[in-house]
Design a binder for this molecule. Sequence first.
Ligand SMILES: Nc1nc(=O)c2c([nH]1)NC[C@@H]1CN(c3ccc(C(=O)N[C@@H](CCC(=O)O)C(=O)O)cc3)C=[N+]21
Length: 281
Amino acid sequence: MSAQVLDGKSLAAQTESELLARVEKLKQKSGGKTPILATILVGDDPASATYVKMKGNACRRVGMDSLAVEMPSSTTTEELLAKIDELNSNPDVHGILLQHPVPPQVDERACFDAIALEKDVDGVTCLGFGRMAMGEDAYGCATPQGIMRMLDHYGVEIEGKHAVVVGRSPILGKPMAMMLLQKNATVTICHSRTRDLPALVAQADILVGAVGKPEFIKADWVKEGAVVVDAGYHPGGVGDIELSALTEKASAYTPVPGGVGPMTINTLIYQSVESGEKSLG
Ligand SMILES: Nc1nc(=O)c2c([nH]1)NC[C@@H]1CN(c3ccc(C(=O)N[C@@H](CCC(=O)O)C(=O)O)cc3)C=[N+]21
């Protein structure tokens, strides 16, 4: 049997039309105001610049504005902290995205954590993570939250399932594991020191590839009927999982491109609209 495609691109497009209506309503209520997402790009990495541009474009498609902040690759932690402070106290800004990665001299964790909780629509702060992990109200980290929204939309059952997350990065694997745990999955987190990764992957009812290495997870490790989520994004349109060989074996999978990527951006925009509604509505 061939697998169900968890189409993130079409779900994101469908959600955008709902968001457009919500932003329109907010504008009427607030005398023409619109939610604003501030995007911060530090340095001149072309891939990061492209992603940030895509995020700004998505804002405009739903009728929001974005405020694009660009800082040179020589930026210090202090300079970036000062910029974040300024955006925190700007009442017209409802969300702040600090694009990862920042240049090596910048303390990325300190800068993420300087983002005010109510503006942390990308879900990168320790406080937001901790609240989410405890089941308290917080904006979820964009990529894993986008994956959760997609699993929910396509009716993938999570409770009681064995979810195996390969990768433990601060804005992907770690929050992903906590979100799946929150939905009552039994969660295994694998990483670079894990012994016998293939044997653990083979146990997954839900497999999440979040290692950042092209096709690192092999198709023949995966259990028949697994739900396969590929959060990797690499040049040439491949993910972290050998997906082409899985379209018959998995029960469902996220394509690359068109799966997790569009849902990441959509979640950032979705949460920015929510933040705008909280302060303008
Ligand atoms: N603070 C922070 N938050 C992030 O969410 C964040 C980040 N930093 N740094 C980099 C990663 C990467 N990321 C992607 C977003 C969209 C696509 C995406 O839409 N990809 C398209 C293909 C895009 C293309 O290359 O044409 C797709 O998968 O269909 C991919 C990757 C967000 N990230």
